[in-house]
Design a protein around this ligand. Structure first.
Ligand code: ADP
Ligand code: MG
Ligand code: MG
Length: 921
């Protein structure tokens, strides 16, 4: 093992920004800032390797690490002229987790470590503030008890309440009739006097003793070992695991642990703490942006307990441009230094940075910098603008934007012209419109979403315990907290609509009360919203509406179009779309689809008018009856194809002939059966018998795909006719058509020979009737391992292959995708699969079959066109594989088309350069 400890301080650091794997993002950032000469409190990082060794040894620190840590503490002491554990010149530290990828709020940080009664007295003397020292001490005990000793925070609520009452009495505030929240507002932490704090500390210690059977540890080193272990332990706590799963962060990375000398933002009104972004994380606008709180420590800004102030005068979101509470107005020198530092950091890292800072008695300290999380919209704007500023190249700009994140740009917004009832305004924390039923707890959000309901999670403020509920919700509304509160940061990361800090809302006991205001800001009324009521959020403006408000499709920004142009210029893979209707085809084309890769004809069957004819066709006795029913379907199919061909003028359209087993179209219940019986003049009993006859034990592997055409060729005949008649009709109107007829689920050359002859027969007839010919290509899907293996033979008949990777995954893995949900989660959790193979292609298995199919197919027919349809066609990591495999195109759902275009461009760039795209953050 390499060294366990990396020191930073006094302008020098053992590590640097490149060492994220070893030092975690936070440790690497602290080291780099130190090297740059930016003021950072000194400290050291215990590496991720130590964390992994800790777990390997059954949660024990490896030998020697403690000594190395003691030596590092020694270096801190001499640098700061203070001593860890000394009452005369106390050195206090924070113990901070920090993984390779930033996991906001996922891991626990302990502040003010190194205090006991005696040292607290020393700190009081040294800072001249007993109140401050005792407040730091009681906060430390609280966090330490919660995180390290496993005594939950809420066990201390009552003691804190008592301290507040005690303080209230001294202040002459009548507290007898106040509830906890009101009391907190009347007597905030800053008004707790030394006497109340001293007795609170004693009570807290008693609670710890009662709960653990041991006194609170007095020895600073004992505290330190406990805290370091707890940081490592937190890598495997529940909320960290949930977050990792959501963001595909491997368990094996481990976290680093940073121990850093404390600076204090709560030493009075010339101190404070805050968070800043070098550009607006929501819109991407180039302006310095952030929030701060005077006389506050640590998490106060993000915890949302007090609503923070803007950094810049012009940064306030309210109406008045000049904000007297801004850092710029309050501490101009510290602000100016911060502006200078942020500019340097952005230039240095060549990306938007998210900074955490503290000001201790007017002196600025940086406590964290990292690549800032941003909305998809902001990501695009920042990448394009930085490329134009010359900070990065166009190629880098393409690689900078996570294709998954641009999904959110394509989502609808509130229809401005629709009638709506304004409920309240908060901060525009994460863009997008969302409507849903109000729920007040994360569990409830998960439960109702599980029932298929759209929900909006409403909380006073969110905390990491709410992650699963935020994930389940369409949108999030909080009453407190700013633009950098937990709710805001996490929602932006998830691409979810969020309105934060909506102070007109108060949440309690399973309902929310909303105060309404008139134009002059005077309260006029209160509305109560209960669980299950519908509300609509506009996260782009911070507006909350009562009821469901209609939405309109996304309007794409100029920067987005620009980025897409750059991406298209470097991309090799073509991007088509799966679209079954003219409407979907138009959407796809607007998003840049270069053709249709999969048009599923059966979706056209479910329409109310048509399903009757479909059922007649299925249940008819004999060919004549089937043909009669098919004749009714023909005009419907033809007109659908006409619509699709028109929308896709000049572009290829791959139409798949009927694929699903016929019983999927049959009547589901008695009423439908009766209706069909009347329409067909066939007794219901008879139909029921037929129905049962068609039932299959394993329909996915049953009578479906081209098997249908072998037993009932008239179905494909009708479909081929509809396609070709439509093609002739559209061509006659002077519109270029490129039909491609695709046979599903083939496994033998003979099946293709038969269906091909059928299509050609129909084509000759149609061309003779119409007096014109159109070029039509014939091809097949590759969805079975056998098809991939005999691809050479299939290519003798087929002019193109489309890998149907949904079925190919299913048939290769022998896992039904309809049933896999029950156990695939466990497979991913156990690390058997890194990701769900139905979402992200199983490269080593299914991917190998794709390559076999490609090689054998192209050997038999040079120039054989190869594409992919199925979920994987829109999945960035699968697209990277398809690029490497040299396929011609991918096809995905219309809304994924821009995602696929960008992912294909990134894949092309990655193929060009030996290095892949940048890692997680
Ligand atoms: P997270 O990973 O959740 O962001 P951090 O380790 O950054 O947690 O700690 C949270 C906050 O605690 C920081 O933003 C900072 O305000 C405060 N903090 C951490 N270490 C120190 C320190 N040495 N001095 C002062 N404040 C600190
Ligand atoms: Mg932080
Ligand atoms: Mg299929």
């Amino acid at each position: 093992m390499r060294r366990s400890i990396y020191f930073f301080g006094g302008g020098q650091a053992d590590g640097d920004a490149q060492q994220k794997e070893l030092l975690g993002g936070k440790g690497a950032g602290l080291a780099e800032m130190t090297r740059l000469g930016i003021p950072v409190p000194p400290g050291f990082t215990v590496t991720t390797e130590v964390c992994n060794a800790y777990y390997a040894a059954g949660r024990a620190l490896p030998a020697g690490v403690e000594d190395e840590i003691k030596a590092a503490i020694g270096r801190l002491e001499s640098l700061l002229d203070a001593r860890f554990g000394s009452p005369e010149a106390p050195l206090l530290v924070s113990v901070r987790s920090g993984a390779r990828a930033s996991m906001p709020g996922m891991m626990d940080t302990i502040l003010n470590l190194g205090l006991n009664d005696e040292i607290a007295r020393g700190l009081a003397k040294r800072t001249g503030s007993e109140r401050f020292a005792l407040d730091a001490y009681r906060r430390f005990i609280l966090t330490y008890a919660d995180i390290v000793l496993g005594v939950p925070r809420d066990r201390f609520e009552e003691a804190l309440g008592r301290a507040r009452k005690q303080a209230a009495a001294r202040l002459g505030v009548d507290a007898t009739r106040l509830n906890a929240a009101e009391l907190e507002r009347k007597v905030p932490d800053s008004l707790l006097d030394p006497e109340s704090l001293a007795s609170l500390i004693q009570r807290q210690k008693d609670i710890v003793l009662g709960a653990t059977g041991r006194p609170f540890p007095d020895d600073p080193y004992a505290q330190l070992w406990g805290a370091i272990r707890a940081v490592f332990d937190s890598w495997k706590n529940h909320r960290a695991q949930v977050y990792r799963k959501m963001h595909d962060i491997p368990e094996a990375w481990g976290t680093a642990c940073n121990v850093q000398a404390m600076v204090f933002g709560n030493l009075g009104d010339d101190s404070g703490t805050g968070v800043a972004f070098t550009r607006d994380p929501s819109t991407g606008e180039r302006r310095f942006y952030g929030e701060w709180l005077p006389n506050a420590q640590g998490e106060d800004v993000v915890a949302g307990v007090r609503t923070p102030h803007p950094l810049s005068r012009s940064g306030s979101l309210g109406a008045d441009a000049e904000d007297a509470c801004s850092l710029e107005a309050q501490m101009p020198e510290a602000y100016a230094e911060l502006v200078e530092v942020q500019g340097r950091l952005e230039q240095h890292f060549r990306d938007m940075q998210d900074l955490e800072f503290t000001i201790q008695q007017k002196k600025l300290f940086l406590l964290q910098c990292r690549t800032g999380k941003r909305t998809g919209r902001a990501a695009v704007r920042i990448a394009v603008e930085m490329a134009k500023e010359g900070l990065i190249s166009q190629r880098e700009a393409i690689l900078r934007v996570d294709p998954g994140s641009i999904d959110q740009l394509l989502h609808p917004s509130i229809d401005a012209s629709a009638p709506k009832r304004l409920l309240a305004r908060g901060l525009p924390a994460s863009p997008g419109a969302a409507t849903g039923q109000v729920v007040f707890s994360a569990d409830e959000a998960e439960r109702r979403a599980g029932q298929g309901k759209a929900v909006i999670l409403v909380r006073s403020e969110t905390s990491p315990e709410d992650i699963h509920g935020m994930k389940a919700a369409r949108g999030i509304l909080t009453a407190r907290g700013g633009m950098t509160s937990h709710a805001a940061v996490v929602a932006r990361g998830m691409g979810k609509s969020c309105v934060a800090g909506c102070s007109a809302v108060s949440v309690s006991q399973g309902q929310m009360a909303v105060t309404l205001y008139d134009d002059h800001g005077h309260p006029t009324d209160t509305i109560t919203v209960k669980a299950g009521d519908l509300i609509t959020l506009d996260g782009g403006t911070g507006t909350v509406y009562l009821g469901a408000v209609p939405t309109v499709p996304a309007a794409l920004s100029g920067e987005f179009e620009e980025l897409m142009v750059w991406a298209d210029a470097v991309r090799r893979l073509r991007v088509r779309s799966n679209a079954d209707t003219p409407h979907d085809a138009r959407t796809a084309r607007n998003f840049g689809a270069e053709g249709i890769g999969l048009c599923r004809t059966e979706h056209m069957f479910f329409d109310e008018e048509r399903i009757q004819a479909v059922r007649e066709m299925i249940l008819a006795d004999g060919e004549a009856g089937r043909r009669r029913a098919l004749a009714k379907l023909l005009p419907f199919q033809r007109s659908d194809f006409v619509g699709v061909f028109r929308e896709m003028a000049g572009l290829p359209v791959t139409i798949r002939l009927l694929d699903p087993p016929l019983h999927e179209f049959l009547p589901q219940d008695e009423a439908q059966l009766q209706q069909l019986s009347r329409a067909m003049g066939v007794p219901a009993k008879e139909l029921q018998r037929k129905n049962e006859e068609l039932a299959e034990y394993n329909p996915m592997l049953g009578h479906r795909g081209c098997r249908l055409a072998i037993t009932s060729p008239e179905i494909y005949e009708m479909q081929a006719r509809a396609i070709l008649e439509a093609a002739c009709e559209v061509a006659a109107a002077g519109i270029e058509v490129e039909p491609e007829i695709m046979i599903p689920l083939s496994m033998t050359r003979r099946e293709l020979a038969i269906t091909r002859a059928l299509v050609e027969r129909v084509a000759e007839k149609v061309f003779a009737e119409k007096g014109r010919r159109v070029d039509v290509r014939f091809g097949t899907m590759i969805e079975l391992p056998r098809a991939a293996i005999v691809a050479g033979e299939l290519a003798e008949e087929a002019e193109f292959f489309s890998f149907g990777t949904n079925d190919l995954t299913q048939t290769t893995l022998g896992i039904s995708r309809d049933d896999a949900g029950r156990f695939l989660g466990a497979y991913v959790e156990a690390g058997i699969f890194t990701r769900d193979p139905f979402q992200s292609l199983d490269v080593s298995g299914v991917g190998e079959l794709v390559e076999i199919g490609r090689d054998r197919g192209r050997a038999a027919r040079p120039g054989l066109k190869l594409g992919v349809c199925g979920e994987h066609g829109g999945d960035p990591s699968s697209i990277a594989f398809f690029e490497r495999a040299g396929l011609d195109y991918v096809s995905c759902s219309p809304f994924r088309v821009p995602v696929a275009r960008l992912a294909a461009a990134q894949a092309a760039l990655a193929a060009e350069t030996p290095r892949g795209p940048r890692s997680t953050d």
